[in-house]
Ligand binder design. Structure first.
Ligand SMILES: Cc1ncc(COP(=O)(O)O)c(C=O)c1O
Length: 386
C-alpha cells in the first residue's frame, strides 16, 4: 500500500471542504470594511450592503427557479428551514406523508408535531432505500396537508423522484416540501417545474458556502399558510406589533447573518462561473466513488443503497461485514488519513430501512474538489485493511 496521505477529506456530506475560492475573503471584507446592518439605516454603506443581500437572494432565486427573489428567505441552514416549514404549516388534525429515509431535521420536528395531534405516515421504501411509488396516488387524498421528502438520502446517496411526487401533489393542492440538503449545488433543482412549495437548503454543503447560512424558498400559496416561528424586528412596518404579511419580512425576523450571506454570494458566483462543468465533474466523481466501493462489495463490506450509479449524489455508505464499522473508520483515519463519518448519520429510520441499525455504517462523501486519485487511494486503503 502506498504511503500515508494526510487529510483525504471524504466527509463532504457533513459539510463541504474546501469552500469555493473567494468565500473567506468576501466574509472578511464585509466584517472589516462594510459592517453595516441592512433594512435599518438609510445611509449609503447600509444601502450598498442591502443591494448585495438582494443580489444573493436573486442568485438563489434563479438557481432554484423560485417565483421571485422575495420568495427566498435566508435561514441559518436546512434544519431551520425545515422546522419553519413543518411547525409553521402543520396544525393538530393535519396529516403529513414522509419517508423513513429522512434526516432528523425532518423526523424530529415531525415527532414533536405528532405529540400535538399531527398524523404522520411513512411512505414505504425498499430495503435499498428506494421510495416505492406503488399506491402513492391513492394515498394523496384530500386529508393530506403536505408531503415532505428528501431529494437525496444522506446515507445511501440515492435520489428520490422528487419531480414525479411534486407534480402529483400540485395537481391535488397538497403542499410539497423538499429537503435539498444533499443536492443543491450538485444537481439542478427547479422548484416550479418539480412542483415544490417549500425547498430548504444549507449554504455549507453543495453550495460551497460557509456554515450558519442557508435558505428556504417558498411559493406564495405556502407562505400565506406559514405561521412565523420567530417574531421580531424586520425594519419594516415598525408601527405594528405583528409581523408584516409580505415576504421575505414575514418569515425573516432579526438581523441577518450578513457575513454568511456575503460568503454564500461569493460561493454562488464561483458556481455560476464554473457552470455545468463543475457539476459534471462532481457527478463523475460520485460514480467513481460508487464503482470503487462496489468493487469491494461482498469482499468484507456491503454497499448500501440502490444499484444505479447514475441516480445518486456523491455519498456512499458501507457496512463492514467482518469488522466493526467504527474501528474501520478509525483505522482509515489513523493509518491512511482518510476522514469519513461513521454511525447513524442523524437518520435512524434510514439505517433501519437499510438493515444497518443500530450499528450504523461508514459514509464516504465527495465534493467537487475531491480527486479521482484520492478515491483510488481510498479503495486501496480499504482493501489493505480488509
Ligand atoms: C439530508 C439532510 N437534511 C438536513 C440536514 C441538516 O442540514 P444543516 O445541518 O445544515 O441544517 C442534513 C445535514 O447533514 C442532511 O444531510
Amino acid at each position: 500500500m502506498r504511503k500515508r496521505r494526510e487529510n483525504v477529506y471524504l466527509d463532504n456530506g457533513a459539510t463541504s471542504f474546501p469552500k469555493a475560492p473567494g468565500v473567506g475573503e468576501a466574509m472578511c471584507q464585509y466584517i472589516e470594511r462594510v459592517g453595516r446592518n441592512v433594512g435599518r439605516g438609510s445611509y449609503a454603506p447600509a444601502m450598498d450592503a442591502a443591494g448585495q443581500v438582494l443580489s444573493v437572494r436573486e442568485k438563489l432565486q434563479k438557481l432554484v427557479n423560485a417565483p421571485s427573489s422575495r420568495n427566498v428567505l435566508f435561514t441559518p441552514g436546512a434544519t431551520w428551514g425545515l422546522n419553519l416549514l413543518l411547525h409553521g404549516l402543520l396544525r393538530p388534525g393535519d396529516k403529513v406523508l414522509t419517508s423513513p429515509m429522512e434526516h432528523n431535521a425532518v423526523l424530529r420536528p415531525l415527532e414533536q408535531l405528532k405529540a400535538r395531534g399531527v398524523e404522520v405516515e411513512l411512505l414505504p421504501c425498499t430495503g435499498r432505500g428506494e421510495l416505492s411509488l406503488d399506491g402513492l396516488e391513492e394515498k394523496l387524498t384530500s386529508n393530506i396537508r403536505a408531503v415532505v421528502l428528501t431529494h437525496a438520502s444522506n446515507v445511501s446517496g440515492n435520489l428520490f423522484p422528487i419531480g414525479t411526487v411534486g407534480r402529483l401533489c400540485r395537481a391535488r393542492g397538497i403542499f410539497f416540501l423538499v429537503d435539498a440538503a444533499q443536492t443543491l449545488g450538485a444537481l439542478p433543482v427547479d422548484m416550479t417545474d418539480m412542483g415544490i412549495d417549500g425547498l430548504a437548503f444549507p449554504g455549507h454543503k453543495g453550495l460551497l458556502g460557509p456554515q450558519g447560512i442557508g435558505g428556504l424558498a417558498v411559493t406564495d400559496a405556502l407562505a400565506a399558510e406559514l405561521e412565523p416561528l420567530v417574531s421580531g424586528g424586520t425594519g419594516s412596518m415598525s408601527e405594528s406589533l405583528h409581523m408584516p404579511p409580505f415576504l421575505p419580512d414575514k418569515l425573516e425576523p432579526g438581523t441577518l447573518n450578513l457575513p454568511g450571506i456575503m460568503g454564500l454570494g461569493a460561493a454562488l458566483d464561483y458556481l455560476l462561473e464554473q457552470g455545468e462543468e463543475l457539476r459534471q465533474r462532481e457527478r463523475k466523481l460520485a460514480r467513481h466513488l460508487w464503482y470503487r466501493l462496489k468493487e469491494l462489495d461482498g469482499e468484507g463490506l456491503r454497499v448500501l443503497g440502490s444499484d444505479d450509479p447514475y441516480n445518486r449524489v456523491g455519498v456512499v455508505s458501507v457496512d463492514f461485514t467482518h469488522a466493526d464499522n467504527a474501528e474501520m473508520a478509525f483505522r482509515l483515519e489513523q493509518e491512511y488519513g482518510i476522514q469519513t463519518r461513521c454511525g447513524l448519520h442523524c437518520a435512524p429510520l434510514a439505517h433501519q430501512t437499510l438493515g444497518t441499525f443500530p450499528q450504523g455504517a461508514v459514509r464516504f462523501s465527495i465534493g467537487p474538489f475531491t480527486t479521482f486519485g484520492e478515491l483510488d487511494y481510498m479503495e486501496g486503503a480499504i482493501e489493505a485493511l480488509l
